[in-house]
Write a protein that binds this ligand. Sequence first.
Ligand code: ZN
Length: 229
Amino acid sequence: MAETLDKRNFIFADSTVTPVGTMYCIGKNYALHAAEMGDDKPRAEPLVFLKPPAAYLPHGSVLTLPFDQGDVHHEVEMVVVIGRDAENVSAESAARFIAGYAVGIDITLRDVQREAKNNGWPWARAKAFAGSAPISQIVPAYALDGGRGDFDLELFVNGYLRQSGNTRDMTHSVNELIAWLSGIFTLRRGDCIFTGTPHGVGSISPGDKLEARLGSVAHLAIEVEATAP
Ligand code: ZN
């Protein structure tokens, strides 16, 4: 039952628990996705928006969505969880601040986002609502030593592959993102970074079963339902 799942803490594969903090989400960090969103310009600086802790939804949850507000899109992303406070750290030292890796889905109300873009409004209503950030169990960084780096990212809807990419194609690397974010916001233990989605984003419907994978190390499954009319 979804109600019994812990919606306040990241659960690590070694049973460590960390309260969920601020989520920093990077937009257009894969060139092919930027292009499918109509943006072909190379991006010198990352594009960032935030989700609050209540956006978190754990593996195995049912995600209740407002399908009366237009298209709802999936964006599969590698998620990096911060393990130590990081203020003005360099890219060279950034790896020391990573607690673990996961796979997440940046759930997006695409029509609401389009309206916001057209009007110059913030994206919060389109991107940061409750449940908009399903995230898998966290793989501790130490468990990946030597193997961290490039991961295949996949998203299946009802068993059909809808998104497939590899984290090596990110415009800004994890270490660069940590350095950049830590210089602006200061990262805290329990914060996480959604590192951007590869191409292939598309709409989901009530009743869909979503499954996301980060290589062979992280797996996320959720079910989608519509809010009661
Ligand atoms: Zn995204």
